[in-house]
Structures are given as C-alpha cells and as structure tokens.
Design a protein around this ligand. Structure first.
Ligand SMILES: [Zn+2]
Length: 457
C-alpha cells in the first residue's frame, strides 16, 4: 500500500547574519521531533486502515484482512487465538499509549475495537505492530540503549533526549536478551590459529567478588573470535560447553594459550596443545636422554641447547608499533634455532638415541608455535599479555560502569554482548536485524523537497 506524507516546515532566517553552523545546529535539534511526527502519522494511517478492514467485512475479502486482528479469545483459560476477524469500532483509547522510541517518547491514542466473536475490547494496531500489550519500548530503542551501555556513554544517550530509562530498565533489557543463542551455534576451529582463556574479577551484589571467565579464538588473520563468556562457572564446566560447540573432532595442532590460571592445565587437551608445555621441554629431554642411557654430563649440553632454543625473547610492547627490523631479528633467530634443532635431531638419530630423537621431533613441532604465532599476529604466548589483557580490561571497564551489583546471568549476558559487539561486528549487526525483524516490509523515500515561494517577498 502506498501513501504520501506532506510536510510543511516554516523557518525564518536573519538575512546576512546566520551562518551555516547555526542552520545545521537547529536542524539537528529538531531531527528527532520530526521523525516522531512522521512516525505518528504512519501509525495513525495504519491504525485507520486496519480498523476499516476489520469492521467492513462486507467490502474487504478475508485476503485484505490477512495478518490483522489477531487476539487471544476473551476469557479463554487456554489462551487460544480467537477465530473471529470482525470488529466493531469503539473509538480512540481514553488514555494515550506511551511508547519510547529512538527518536523520543510518543503519546499515541490507539483505535479500540470490539471483537464480534468473543467481545474482547482490544487494539488491532498493537497486534499488527507486533508489540506486546504491556510493552512501552520499541526494539531500536533497546538496541541503542545496549550500544550506549557498551560504549559506556549511556548517560549521554539519555540526557540528550526525552528518553527515560533507569539502571533497572537497562538491567531488564540485558537480562531479557537472547544473546546467549549466539554462543550456542557450532564453531569451526579450522580457521583459528590459537585458543585462549583467562579470568578476571568482577564486583557483584553486596560487594561480593565474582569471577568472569572468557574463552576466545584467534583467527589466522589475527581477529578475535569470541567463544564463550561466563560468570562464576568452573573451568571444567566451561570446557564441556566449548567442546560441544567445536565441529571438528580429533587433535589439532593448535596452541592453547593461558597465563598460568589454575584449572587450565589440561583445558581442551583433545583439540589443542597447551602452550605452557614448552616450559617443561628441558625436563622431558633429560628424561628421554636418560632412557637412551646417556649420563648427566653427556646430556647436559643438549639440555642447555634446548633451554636456549626455547627461550627466544620476544620484544616488549605493541606489535603494531614495532619496527620491521625488530621483527626481522626475531625471525632470523627463529630460523636459526629451527635449523639448529634439526641438526640436533640428526645427531641424535646418527648416535642411535631413539627416545631422544622421538622426543626432539615431537618437541620441534610445537617448540616455536608461540614465535610463529607472534610473527603472524603479534600475540605473545604463553604470556598472553597484549590481547587477553586488553580484552578483559575492556570488558571489565564497561561492566564496572553499569553492572555493579548485577546477578550472574545479567553480567554474563552483558559480557557476551560486549565481546560480540567489540570483536564480531558483523555477527552483532546480524543479531539485531534478526531480533528487530527487519525484512523489507517497510520502505520510505523522500519524494520531493520543494521550497514554496515566500508570501512576503
Ligand atoms: Zn474475538
């Protein structure tokens, strides 16, 4: 159905005095008000149309009433939908219905109807708009509130407009959100170069300290892929949850990186290789040399060599601002160490040290994963300094502003939102489009903006 809205605006301008800034400033100031008025016109016309079609069943075939007039049968204990789609008009609602939108609040008088079948008095517009009977907000508003909370500037959002939402209201939006579904679909770890996990403290009810734990993947391109976020949940439980979501079975030669957090020593051992293992390299080498019958004085030089190979120091500071020659230096050290260990393996093989050879071959495969990862992405492992710390700092800072005293579920939801919004922008947008039900059923464009000649010229 096509309709037109005519807008007449009147302005006056001090000739020769007004500047561009003032014109734009004033236009910006009334932008939301204009949008509210347009919204009200569209709603009014939609309301009229629905009432007309439902009351004039003699004119409109049932096809023209499709999707209109859905309501639960009056007094039905089983809450079934009423089959009657014919109404008697009952005028405008006595009290205006207030709805908070991104443009501000609107007070709207709804057309009331009485069902011919069950006698229920209801508003057909609300059901057509897919608004809950008691809801006073539309979804874009929710979206803006959440975004503002995440950006820690919700105060500005509220102060700048006639929007009124309390901390409790934000809490309700967050707790009622279905963001959790985003952390249930299966993930492919094929595109990941590492998995990381860590925890941090959060303040909760009555000053109790809670524990926020997050698991993230790092893609081969160096992007963060949120895998899960939990509050006051044991690592063992988290592991079960993450494992369920991983598509592939079997071991993957992927480092699992953590910062010595207790309970993580064998985390995801079936799919990833704990990065801390490299620190035990020299001890394992000593053992296998002993198995091959080497005396301590014979194996010591080998152990020292391995220690030296393990300990390539990575430069401090942000990867992005490191000079190319710093990276080159690490790269050449890495390549030298790699060839040295190959030589060592060859020597062991020649001397017939079977256990030692097998051990070194195994070790060589993962000895350099942290350096390779760093060269590729700038993430330092196993000291997970840059990325994980930054991630937790960000989540923590945002939670602290708003979620003080919130319950586990709410903090979990909000931390998930923060992670997805910050690190998976496309997923975040998709989530909201789905949630808002944007399907292309409404389009609007500007037909013409014409200046009428001034009468006083
Ligand atoms: Zn009815």
């Amino acid at each position: 159905m096509e309709q037109e809205i005519n807008i007449t605006l009147r302005y006056n301008l001090e000739n020769g005095k007004v500047g561009l800034n003032e014109i734009v400033y004033k236009l910006k100031e009334f932008r939301d008000t204009l949008m509210l008025k347009i919204l009200e016109q569209i709603l009014t016309s939609y309301d009229d149309l629905i009432s007309e079609r439902l009351s004039r069943t003699d004119i409109y075939p049932s096809k023209a009433r499709k999707g209109f007039g859905r309501h639960i049968r009056k007094g039905d204990p089983q809450k079934r939908y009423c089959r009657s789609r014919k109404i008697l008009k009952r005028g405008l609602s006595s009290r205006p219905r207030q709805i908070s939108t991104v443009f501000g609040k609107t007070d709207f008088r709804l057309r009331m109807a009485q069902c011919n079948g069950c006698g229920l008095i209801y508003s057909p517009l609300l059901s057509a708009l897919k608004i809950d009977r008691y809801a006073h907000k539309e979804g874009n508003f929710e979206n803006e509130v959440i975004e503002a909370v995440i950006d820690t500037n919700y105060r500005r959002l509220i102060d700048g407009r006639s929007i009124d939402i309390s901390l409790g209201g934000i809490h309700n939006i967050v707790v009622g959100s279905d963001i959790d579904d985003n952390f249930k679909e299966s993930v492919s770890i094929e595109g990941l170069s590492a998995i990381m996990a860590d925890g941090t403290g959060v303040k909760q009810k009555k000053g109790h300290k809670g524990e926020l734990r997050a698991v993230i993947g790092l893609t081969k391109e160096g992007r963060v892929e949120p895998l899960g976020s939990y509050v006051n949940t044991e690592w063992s439980e988290i592991e079960v949850d993450i494992k369920k979501r991983i598509k592939e079975a079997g071991p993957w030669n992927m480092p699992f990186i953590y910062d010595g957090e207790p309970g993580l020593d064998n985390f995801l051992a079936d799919v990833a290789e704990s990065q801390r293992c490299t620190w035990h390299a020299s001890r394992g080498a000593y053992h296998s040399c002993w198995e091959d019958g080497l005396k301590k004085k014979d194996s010591q030089p080998v152990i020292d060599k391995i220690k030296q190979l393990v300990g390539i120091a990575l430069p401090e500071g942000d990867y992005e601002i490191l000079k190319d020659e710093d990276k080159e230096q690490v790269k050449s050290k890495y390549e030298k160490s790699k060839s040295e260990i190959k030589e060592l393996i060859e020597t062991f093989r020649e001397k017939g040290y079977k256990h030692g050879t097998a051990y070194l071959e195994n070790l060589a495969e993962r000895l350099f994963t942290n350096i390779e990862l760093w060269l590729k992405t700038g993430v330092i492992a196993p000291k997970t300094t840059s990325l994980l710390e930054r991630l937790f700092r960000e989540i923590g800072r945002r939670l602290k502003r708003i979620a003080w005293g919130w319950a586990d579920e709410t903090v979990t939801n909000l931390s998930k939102m923060i992670m997805i919004r910050q690190y998976s922008r496309d997923k975040w947008e998709h989530y909201w489009k789905e949630k808002l039900g944007i399907k292309g059923y409404f389009n609007i464009q500007i037909q013409s903006v014409i200046l009428s000649p001034c009468k006083h010229f």
